[in-house]
Design a protein around this ligand. Sequence first.
Ligand code: MRU
Length: 314
Amino acid sequence: MIETLYWEDNNLYLLDQTKLPHKIEYFRCTNYIAVIEAIKNMVVRGAPAIGVSAAYGMALAELDGLDLDFVADQIKKARPTAVNLFWAVDKVLEQYNKGISSVQTAIDMHREDIEINQKIGEYGSSVIDENDTILTHCNAGALACAGYGTALGVIRRAHSDGKNISVICDETRPVLQGARLSVFEMQEENIPVKLIVDGAAGRLMQQKKVDKVVIGADRVADGGVANKIGSLMVALAAKNYGIPFYVAAPMSTFDFEHNINDITIEQRDPKEVLCINDSYITRPDTVVENPAFDVVEKELITGIITEEGIKKPF
Ligand code: MRU
């Protein structure tokens, strides 16, 4: 699997996810402002990948001799919903105040994220049965993390455990993380995969073509989970047809301080909805609402697969 991000010669290189799957290009960040822009523009996206990138952003700022408290506040404004961003920046600051360099903390976080995902994969594989077809939404894969992935990590592990499984990816309008990224990851590893439009998920469940749903999370909080827009409809359909609905997420995605209904749900540019590949698919002045995330209530969730085992939502 190609690397989502790497650190070389005191620069951060991010695989430009806006260009996938057609082009493999890295975006070089030489300062923290470039990292903020990359997070905002979704050059890098996915909760854990945003967190690790933010940590490297802090490292770049420390190398530039900047005030890290100020930079931390700036980086935290890049995107509002994935709690890993805040967690990572706070962790770098905490370590810095103990005399540990931000570069070192970022490198440690990068390595630990991959190890954590492998652990999630190990626990998650235990709920996947032979011949399962697993539906996933958005991209909670290696590309959404420092590597390996959370939801796709579970699938990756089940496949490498020798289970005969197949995957259904929702295309995930409007940014198409499912079609562009999850399908790509599965194809790269020869895991059987089928692409559907988001609206087809219910139909396939009704026809008993889905055995389990596994998605990632941007935040797990009191009362439920925030994840990519469209996750709620998938969860409701899964509940209706008695299909287990799992969330795979590291403990760094848990927010024990907020109720899920009190968190900020990012609203993104209407152009994401109005255009496909920069061409308008409707009148440019059409009124749009474009929430980037859903809240899935805890009653709809079978279990949360973490590096500490499978937990019940709280
Ligand atoms: O807007 P994105 O692409 O950053 O949203 C990502 C998701 O919603 C993922 O499903 C989530 O971050 C889990 S990533 C392991």
